[in-house]
Design a protein around this ligand. Structure first.
Ligand SMILES: *Cc1c(COP(=O)(O)O)cnc(C)c1O
Length: 438
């Protein structure tokens, strides 16, 4: 009997999780020696698969030199070098890096940074955030306030505090009412990646109308650019991001991009923001940045944001710090990961994965399939009837592929080093799952 309380699990009825002994390349080995191809990169992060020798070497070397040191008053070479590298490769204009312990912490501190940005300029009216439905930004009370509260997604049904305008509402999460601050939600971005301007325009108008009425009390507009992950693996047109950038400038609202999942090639570009050539004021990175090796994250800011904290008044500094931020071992691994990514031209590997996913998934038809979609190294089968999910573990063991569906979504976000044969095994497993259990 395990002493662990598992995440997202009804402990009364959940099957015991599969015990993993080791990992190599795209494969996980279970305690019983069965191997599973990891179709998920351990939730988007293990982009080099497991046990990459150069990452092990970078981590080991750093552990032996300086495994950790606090960042208040001290600095370390890997953290400095990684920050410099991120400024070089991130969307133009993001010039500063603030380290964080996890993606959730990164988004939480991004919210705090954005709020203090306005306070430092004497603006006390701005106290809500605006986002779109189906978003996901983390697990803490503040970041959860930006996750879609509808459809029982993550935290129960929504309570509408404000819906004078029918297109948007100030929502609170029911299961956590009182803990979670209410935020504004715009309608779901129900247009595709390659949508026409006519399809996108109503959403841009909604944002404009919202800003006209409410921008005075809005700190920032928060978005996962191009791909909404945990909210349903939805892809939307980057043209919306261009408009969002423009309107945020026009109405003096900060723009925050959460690229914790999309960063480092997952959508086919190094950063999803590149599809729109849009630079957010604040950018959150995590998951793949640390190669699935160690848990860490980073928040990047533009000069505009950073400069608002510069003052002779000490209280205007960014009052934030966590014990493990800027951990040198994490940063050494991230630096090596980016080095391998560039040297071995991972964007080309991702393009090949994209091609193969399109060939193997977009041709799949079944009465229970609502839609198959592919972007970058993300492959999704959306089903109509989601009852099949109770058979997941059975099918994982039978097919030798690790996947984990949610809601009505069966998907893969494979490691970029996956072989052609392994990827075929993944897509075959996903398709047979739908076929057998529908
Ligand atoms: C995973 C994720 C987070 C949270 O990151 P953690 O490291 O799990 O805390 C936030 N935003 C997005 C878009 C994510 O995919």
């Amino acid at each position: 009997m395990s002493a662990i309380w598992y995440p997202y699990a009804q402990m009364k009825t959940a099957l015991p999780p599969l015990p993993v002994k080791s990992g190599k390349g795209a494969q996980l080995q279970l305690e019983n020696s069965q191997t599973l191809i990891d179709g998920l990169s351990s939730w988007w992060c293990a982009i080099h698969g497991y046990s990459h020798p150069e990452l092990i070497e970078a981590a080991t070397h750093q552990l032996q030199t300086l495994s950790h040191v606090m960042q208040g008053g001290l600095t370390n070479e890997p953290a400095e070098a990684l920050a410099k590298k991120l400024v070089e490769i991130a969307p133009n204009g993001l010039t500063k890096v603030f380290y964080a312990d996890s993606g959730t912490i990164a988004m939480s501190l991004a919210m705090k940074m954005a709020t203090q940005y306005w306070r430092n300029q004497g603006n006390t009216q701005k106290k809500h955030f605006v986002t779109v439905r189906r978003g996901y930004h983390g697990e803490s009370a503040d970041t959860m306030s930006l996750c879609d509260p509808q459809d029982g997604f993550l935290s129960g049904n929504d309570i509408k505090h404000y819906d004078k305008h029918s297109d948007y509402a100030l929502d609170e999460h029911k299961s956590f009412a009182g803990l979670v601050p209410p935020q504004y939600f715009l309608p779901r971005l129900d247009f595709r990646f390659n949508a026409t301007p006519e399809e996108i325009e109503p959403h841009i108008q909604t944002l404009k109308t919202f800003f006209e009425a409410k921008s005075y009390e809005v700190v920032a507009f928060v978005l996962e650019p191009v791909v909404q992950g945990a909210g349903g693996m939805l892809f939307y047109s980057p043209e919306y991001l261009k408009a969002a950038r423009q309107l945020c400038d026009e109405y003096q609202v900060l723009l925050i991009f959460d690229e914790i999942a999309t960063g480092f090639g997952r959508t086919g570009k190094l950063f999803a923001s590149e599809y729109a050539s849009a630079t957010p004021d604040i950018l959150a990175l995590g998951k793949a940045l640390f190669a699935g090796f160690l848990g860490h994250a980073a928040v990047m800011a533009t000069d505009k944001v950073y400069n608002a904290f510069l003052s002779d008044d000490k209280s205007k500094c960014f009052m934030y710090g966590t014990t493990f931020q800027g951990n040198p071992t994490c940063c050494a691994v991230a630096l090596k990961s980016i080095d391998i990514f560039e040297r071995e031209n991972y964007l080309q590997k991702i393009a090949a994965i994209n091609q193969q996913l399109k060939e193997e998934l977009l041709t799949f038809t079944h009465p229970n399939v609502k839609e198959c979609r592919v972007l970058g190294a993300v492959g999704v089968i959306e089903v109509k009837d989601a009852n099949l999910f109770k058979h997941t573990q059975e099918h994982v063991l039978k097919s030798g592929v690790w996947f984990r569906p949610f809601e009505n979504i069966v998907y893969t976000t494979p490691p970029y080093i996956i072989s052609k044969e392994e990827l075929t095994q993944v897509t075959t497993a996903l398709k047979s799952f739908v076929t057998i259990y529908s």
